[in-house]
Design a protein around this ligand. Structure first.
Ligand code: GAP
Length: 586
C-alpha cells in the first residue's frame, strides 16, 4: 500500500473530528453554547489526564526537589491585592459605538478584522477605487452597515484618489471609516462602526462568599494557580523539610474573563494550568556559599543542577527541561520556537521570560512560558500578609561566619553598588545584606507555566493528518489519523476478535482485552471489517490494534499487532505486547 501525506488540514477539520469522536464539545451546547467554555468528552478527558499525568510525573513525582500542592480555587481576596492582579490584571477593551455594540480586546481588533467577511471582501479590491465604491454602495451594506462610507457614499468622491493608492488593507479600512477632516477612526471589524478608546478591563471573575451579597464578601476565582503556591510557601517549606533549590508544582483550574475568547480551546474563560514555582537562592547567597556564581555559556552542561548555579543557569535549565518534555510527548523540535522576551517587554520584576510558541494553524502563538520572577511574589506576600517568607539557611550562616571583616565589607559594598545600579534603594540593599549575613533570604523563583488545554490543542494539531492511501488495486482512499505520542493517546490498545461467531476465539479475545485493561486504557471493538475497525482507531490516535484470530487459539497463542503510524502488522506473543506497552506508555 502506497501512502502520501496531505497538507496538514485546517483547524476546522480537527474541530469536527473532536466533536464527532467525543474529544471536545461546546459547553452547554443544548442551550446554544456558552462562549469561552468547553467540555471534554470521553476521549478528551483521557487525553487531558494523560497530559497532566505526564507533566506531574516529570515535574513533581520523579524529582526529589519538587513537592505537589492542590490548593483551593477561591482564596482570600487579599491574595489578589498582594499579587497585583486586582490592580493590573486587565486587558484593554473597546466597544463598538455603531450597530453591533460588540466588546473586544483592543489589541485583537486587527486580528479579528483579518478573519472577517469584510476583510475577505476588501482584500481583492485593494487599489481598485471603482470596485471599492461599488462595494460600499451595494454588498458593503450587508456586512459593514456601520462603516462611514457605507452610510455616507457621497464621501467616496472626496477620497477616490486616495482609494487608488492605498495598498494596505488596514489603512483602507481606516480610510473608509473616517469622516473628512477628523482624526483616524478605529473601525469595528464586525460592522464597521467606530470603536471606543481602549479602557482597562479586569479579567478576574468575581463571586460572593456567604449568603450576603455585599461588596465586603466579594472574592475571585483564581486567574492562575501560581499565587496559591506562593501563599502556601511557608507551610510547604516547613512540612516538607525542603530547602531552596526546590519547587512546588500544582495542576488545576484557572479562570479569566477573556474579552474575546477565540481559536477554539486556545483562549478560554475556564482552563487548566500546570505550574511549577521553583525556588532558588539569590545569586548573592550562592556567591557567599560557593565563592562565585556559575556563568551561563553555550557550553554550560545543563543536564544536572549544580550548587553554584545562579538564576540564569536555573532559568535555562527549566527552558531545556520543558523543551525535552514537549519532544518526549510528541511535539517535534521544529513545531515550536523559543521566544526570549526583550528587556522592554519584561514585567518590571522579571529578569527573563521565554515563551515557547507553537506553530498553530492560526499562527505561531504562546504555548507556555518560563519566567525568572526574582523574589517579587514572595516579597509581596510577605509585605501584605505580615508573615515571613524568608528561609533560614544554616550553611549560608556558617559560610558568612568564615569571612573576615574586610571580606564582608567588600561583599556589602559590591552588592549595594550592583543593586543601586539596578535602580534599587541603597537602604534596601543594606537590609538584604544584613539578613543574608544572618543566613536569611527570600527565595527567588523560576516559573515554568503551561496550559493543559493549549497543550492538548497543540498536540492534536500536530497529530492530525489526512493521508491519501492507494491500495494494491490502485484505489485511493483518505485515512484520517492522529499521530499522538503513546503516552498521550487516550486509548492505548484496541482489541478485536477476528470473528464474532466462534465462541472459543471470542472468549480468548475477551480474556486478552481484560488483561490489557489492567495495564492501560483499552478499547473493545467487534463490529465491522477489521480494516474499518483499524480506521476508527487511527482517527482517535490509538497506537496499537490487536487482532485475535484462529492462529491465536489453534497454534501458538500469538496475536496480530498492527501499528498505527506504519500500518505494519506483526505477530507477537502476549508477553511482547505487554512489554511494549510498559516501555512506551507507562
Ligand atoms: N503564572 C503565570 C501565568 O499564569 P500566563 O502566561 O498568563 O502566565 C500561563 O499563563 C499559561 O496558561 C499560558 O502559556 C497558556 O498555556 C495558559 N493560558 C493562559 N490563559 C489562557 C486562556 N485564557 N485559555 C487557555 N489557556 C490559557
Amino acid at each position: 500500500m502506497d501512502k502520501k501525506a496531505a497538507p496538514k488540514s485546517s483547524l476546522d477539520a480537527l474541530v469536527s473530528l473532536c466533536k464527532r469522536r467525543g474529544f471536545i464539545f461546546q459547553s452547554s451546547e443544548v442551550y446554544g453554547g456558552f462562549a469561552g467554555f468547553w467540555d471534554y468528552g470521553p476521549l478528551g478527558c483521557e487525553l487531558k489526564r494523560n497530559i497532566k499525568e505526564s507533566w506531574w510525573k516529570a515535574t513533581v513525582r520523579n524529582r526529589e526537589d519538587v513537592e505537589g500542592l492542590d490548593a483551593s480555587i477561591i482564596m482570600h481576596p487579599a491574595v489578589w491585592k498582594a499579587s497585583g492582579h486586582l490592580d493590573t490584571f486587565s486587558d484593554p477593551m473597546s466597544m463598538c459605538k455603531g450597530n453591533c455594540r460588540k466588546l473586544m480586546r483592543a489589541d485583537q481588533i486587527w486580528d479579528i478584522f483579518d478573519e472577517s467577511p469584510i476583510a475577505e471582501a476588501l482584500r481583492g479590491m485593494l487599489g481598485d477605487a471603482g470596485r471599492i465604491a461599488t462595494w460600499c454602495k451595494g454588498k458593503g451594506k450587508g456586512v459593514a452597515p456601520g462603516l462611514y462610507t457605507v452610510q455616507h457614499p457621497e464621501h467616496l468622491e472626496t477620497i477616490f484618489e486616495q482609494l487608488k493608492s492605498v495598498t494596505d488593507l488596514h489603512a483602507l479600512y481606516v480610510l473608509l471609516a473616517t469622516p473628512a477632516g477628523e482624526p483616524e477612526a478605529l473601525p469595528c471589524p464586525n460592522c464597521g462602526g467606530v470603536m471606543t478608546e481602549p479602557r482597562p478591563f479586569n479579567l478576574m471573575f468575581k463571586t460572593v462568599v456567604g449568603p450576603i451579597d455585599d461588596p465586603s464578601n466579594v472574592a475571585y476565582l483564581r486567574p492562575e494557580t501560581a499565587q496559591a503556591i506562593f501563599a502556601e510557601f511557608p507551610n510547604v517549606l516547613t512540612s516538607s523539610r525542603q530547602m531552596p533549590p526546590f519547587g512546588i508544582g500544582q495542576i488545576g483550574k484557572s479562570f479569566r474573563n477573556e474579552v474575546t475568547p477565540r481559536n477554539y480551546i486556545f483562549r478560554s474563560r475556564e482552563f487548566e494550568q500546570m505550574e511549577l514555582e521553583f525556588f532558588i537562592k539569590p545569586d548573592e547567597a550562592i556567591e557567599l556559599l560557593c565563592g562565585h556564581v556559575a556563568k551561563l555559556t553555550p557550553e554550560t552542561d545543563l543536564s544536572e543542577p549544580q550548587p553554584d548555579w545562579g538564576w540564569e543557569c536555573w532559568h535555562k535549565y527549566w527552558v531545556e527541561q520543558r523543551k525535552q518534555w514537549l519532544i518526549a510527548n510528541g511535539l517535534p523540535k521544529d513545531s515550536f520556537v523559543e521566544y526570549w522576551q526583550k528587556p522592554d517587554e519584561l514585567a518590571h520584576y522579571a529578569r527573563a521570560c521565554v515563551d515557547i510558541e507553537y506553530r498553530f494553524p492560526f499562527g505561531t502563538q504562546e504555548l507556555e512560558g518560563i519566567a525568572a520572577r526574582s523574589d517579587f511574589d514572595l516579597s509581596r506576600h510577605q509585605e501584605h500578609s505580615g508573615k515571613s517568607m524568608e528561609v533560614f539557611d544554616e550553611p549560608l550562616k556558617l559560610a558568612v561566619r568564615r569571612l573576615s571583616d574586610e571580606e564582608k565589607a567588600a561583599f556589602r559594598a559590591k552588592t549595594v553598588a550592583e543593586w543601586t545600579a539596578r535602580g534599587k534603594e541603597a537602604t534596601t540593599a543594606e537590609t538584604f545584606v544584613d539578613r543574608l549575613f544572618e543566613g536569611k533570604y527570600i527565595p527567588h523563583v523560576i516559573e515554568p507555566s503551561s496550559g493543559v488545554d493549549r497543550m492538548a490543542l497543540a498536540m492534536l494539531c500536530n497529530a492530525y493528518e489526512e493521508q491519501t492511501i492507494t491500495d494494491e488495486k490502485g484505489k485511493e482512499d483518505v485515512r484520517t489519523v492522529l499521530h499522538l505520542a503513546p503516552s498521550i493517546a487516550p486509548v492505548k490498545v484496541a482489541v478485536f476478535p477476528l470473528v464474532k461467531n466462534k465462541p472459543e476465539l471470542y472468549a480468548k479475545a475477551r480474556e486478552i482485552y481484560r488483561s490489557i485493561r489492567t495495564l492501560c486504557n483499552c478499547y473493545w471493538d467487534e463490529s465491522g471489517a477489521i480494516g474499518r475497525r483499524y480506521r476508527r482507531q487511527d482517527e482517535i490516535g490509538t497506537p496499537w490494534c490487536v487482532t485475535v484470530d484462529f492462529d491465536t487459539i489453534e497454534k501458538d497463542g500469538t496475536v496480530t499487532l498492527r501499528d498505527r503510524d506504519t500500518m505494519t502488522q506483526e505477530r507477537v506473543t502476549l508477553e511482547d505486547l505487554r512489554r511494549r506497552i510498559m516501555e512506551e506508555v507507562l
